[in-house]
Design a protein around this ligand. Sequence first.
Ligand code: MG
Length: 425
Amino acid sequence: MTDGAVGDDRMTRRTLLASATVGGLTGCALGRPRVAAVSGGGRLPTRIDRIQTFPVRYPTIGYFKFFEGPPGSPSGRPAVLVKITADDGTFGWGESVPIPRWSYETLESAASTIEKYLAPALIGVDPFDLTAVHRIMDLNIAPGFSKGAPITKSGIDMALHDLCGRATGLSLAQRWGRPQGGSISLSWTLNPRKLDEIGPLVEAGRKRGYTNFNVKVAPDPRFDVAMCRRVRKLVPDGFLWADANGGYDPATAMAVAPKLADVGVDVLEQPVRPNRISAYRALRRQGALPILMDEGVVSPADLITFLRQDMLDGVAMKPARCGGLEPARRQVEILEDAGLLFLGSGLTDPDVSLAATLALYGSYKLARPAALNGPQFLAESVLKTRLTAKDGKLAVPTGPGLGIEVDERKLADLVRRSRGAGSPK
Ligand SMILES: [Mg+2]
């Protein structure tokens, strides 16, 4: 357990941004509310006082290729819990959820980036000024092709959404001026290594009430077509979503897309690496399947650029990939305005990141089953009340902020056990 707090007294930039009227109260859509008496008439916090990081590895269930590592590497799903405390003692929780087999961010890089670079720069900043927070984060960890270290930054963004919600007594949906949303239907992830594993894996999902399925495809197109044919036979009516995670080369993707369509796949996500721009354009022109992007769509500017290049029919959203809720929300609105597909996925999100993701998908009325497989693959929670799927659905938390309570004793215990599994410090 580490403490990224820095005793910096630099002046806070206090920016009053546009307000949104919600249920008779004046809540803030993006910045500090104009009316302080939102919750009980108290003052609102004005500055970030302390940022703490808690690196953990959640124990996992079953096989998922993204949690594999080199021989002897630590097991478990890495995450850095982030607690931000304001000057009046109000706090909020966020969670950075790196997966090194999915992108370049790691447990160690997320923890050290927050502790050494982001936290010192954010002490004293107005917690309601998310525009300034993102600008300061992007100044101190600069972009590569797009935003740098987005998964790490997402933990800060989520913690501030939670903090500001708690301070105002408003849920995220209320602060955004959006409907709360009810339950989110989930998709069960299939990652078989052999064809005869498919039946039991589908049955395991069905037993828990799931009727829709994601399949991890690539790099072997023959296996993938056979797998999807078999899944479609077992699940004639469910939404069948194939995700290649950029694992095909362009020629293979062009050859396999019509075959996947023939066996009943509904959408093909991230068939090739995101920098293969001409391949995405060709796949879209081919029109065999709706082409979704995931990896590579980091900032709203990326999405607009890819959209103008006719590279995609939609995006498999995930706030953790985008630098947090604020950039993710802007991307969902761009997709809506452009008439493109908004699908919801995640990074096998545990606890806090899962709650933030649910809030976004609930309030933006996600229409299709979400590939949120944290409840499927993760064995533990650090919440007082775990978010549990029932009949293949997850309820959107309704309380202030992210609507969840972290149990700090459970968290301390997981931090201690994670050290033994190879977490930093
Ligand atoms: Mg994906």
